[in-house]
Write a protein that binds this ligand. Structure first.
Ligand code: PLP
Length: 445
């Protein structure tokens, strides 16, 4: 039995009270964890409680918390210079561009625009797609999450509170169903896969009836939906989508902000589906927690001239140093570790799911795993209350988890997670599920 912690402790409580006075109330705090320090996949709160971190700051701390190599790279850069601005040059920035060109999922040269966040990478992709195609329209997907700035939030369609109070949004985005074969909303005909059904829907219903294809600049899609519920499209989806894009000169823009940088065992999740995109949006795990994002495109598409797009902090020297150290660590073992430990985690969770009727489906690739809670295995009705209860019970027992979608818990730990840490986390997780199921049985009796 895991120890039950008395949370939040006195120091945490006092900091949360001060936070309420001065920090925007819009931040979506999950539960009262107040961080003091972290090492690898473990974190400690300000009252000295230790937690295993299976959330990694929303899939960001890819090399674990404060990896010595990342800390050293930041320290060494900080001693030299912290900022110079995008009006000038520095070698770390160029080196990072070269590394991104090496790992970009294109069979031709790539060029990158550095940003400070995921949403800014998406904004850059939207602007480049419009600029380079001369077209104005886009297609996004229901359940998608792409950020909260005006362009990106227009594509975001996971919950309506991201839009509430902010209309009018950007003009020119039409949404299609995401190929979620666990809860399909379209009927598949002629034995085709659900992925193909979705592409046919886009072709016939959206391009055929609403937006002429010759006016569509790009289709923006997450290779695995993140906030939408860790949903993996069927194998047939991306090849059919790529073909549709090629047929009409539409750019395939993949948002790899959450799924990229080694999390699925490959640099980019799209590589698991055998197609090449035209533009990749990256952020989160790219710099182990230092704010850096990148919009990486086929070089021939970066047709825009000097001044068309820019930013003050893009290519920030500290962030570039942290990213270069992160890429080296992922390449020299952590990406492979994500594959290996992720496969063990998936298999353990599938076995665990057989013992727990509240779990409808476990799905994942590498260390991007979703556990979907249902009220009924047959109807697959999402069980949000059960999910929330499990997250809270796990927190009280020293495991940080985050929800996504309507009823999903995501496992998105650092890619350095060890098998021992996985084992410890799994024990706490199963105890939390057992207690939550018992609570529901007692309430129903
Ligand atoms: N795109 C995806 C797929 C994301 O998961 C997120 C954040 O969760 C974003 C974009 C936005 O990133 P940021 O919060 O850094 O702006």
């Amino acid at each position: 039995m895991a120890t039950v912690l008395n949370l939040p402790g006195p120091r945490a409580r006092s900091i949360i009270e001060r936070d309420r006075d001065v920090i925007s109330a819009s931040y979506p705090r999950a539960y009262p964890f107040v961080m003091d320090h972290g090492k690898g996949s473990q974190v400690w709160d300000v009252d000295g409680n230790r937690f295993l971190d299976f959330a990694a700051g929303i899939a960001v701390a890819s090399t674990g918390h404060s990896h010595p190599a990342v800390v050293k790279a930041i320290q060494e850069q900080a001693e030299k210079f912290i900022h110079i601005s995008s009006d000038f040059y520095h070698e770390g920035w160029v080196r990072l561009g070269e590394r991104l060109d090496e790992i970009a999922p294109f069979s031709e040269p790539a060029a990158s625009f550095m940003t400070n966040s995921g949403t800014e990478s998406v904004e850059a992709a939207i602007k480049l797609a419009r600029y380079t195609t001369g077209r104005s329209q886009f297609i996004g997907f229901f359940g998608g999450f792409h950020g909260r700035t005006m362009g990106a939030v227009t594509f975001t369609a996971s919950k309506n509170h991201y839009h509430k109070g902010f209309f009018p949004l950007m003009n020119g985005v039409t949404h299609a169903p995401y190929p979620d074969s666990y809860r399909p909303i379209l009927a598949s005909l002629n034995g085709e896969s659900y992925g193909e059904t979705v592409v046919h829907y886009i072709e016939k219903e959206i391009l055929g009836k609403i937006v002429p294809p010759e006016e569509v600049a790009g289709i923006l899609v997450e290779p695995i939906q993140g906030e939408g519920g860790y949903i993996i499209p069927e194998a047939g989806f991306f090849p059919a989508l790529r073909e549709l894009c090629d047929q009409h000169g539409i750019l395939l823009m993949v948002d790899e902000v959450q799924s990229g940088m080694g999390r699925t065992g490959k640099w980019w999740a799209i590589e698991n589906f055998g197609v090449e995109p035209d533009i990749v949006c990256a952020a989160k795990g790219i710099a182990s927690g230092v704010p850096l994002g990148a919009m990486i495109a086929r070089k021939r598409l970066m047709s825009w001239p000097k001044g068309a797009h820019g930013n003050t902090y893009g290519g920030n020297p500290l962030a570039c140093a942290a990213t270069l150290a992160t890429i080296d660590l992922l390449e020299s073992g952590y990406m492979e570790n994500a594959s290996r430990v992720g496969a063990v985690a998936l298999q353990k969770l599938e076995t665990l799911a057989q013992r727990h009727p509240s779990i409808g489906q476990v799905r994942g690739m590498g260390l991007m795993i979703g556990i979907d809670f249902v009220k009924d295995q047959q109807t697959r009705e999402p069980d949000e209350d059960m999910r929330d209860m499990v997250v809270d019970l796990a927190f009280e027992r020293g495991l940080l988890l985050l929800g996504c979608g309507k009823s999903v818990i995501r496992f998105s730990p650092p890619l350095s997670l060890t098998l021992d840490e996985l084992e410890e986390g799994m024990e706490i997780f199963e105890e939390a599920v057992e207690i939550a199921e018992e609570n529901v049985r007692t309430l129903a009796a």
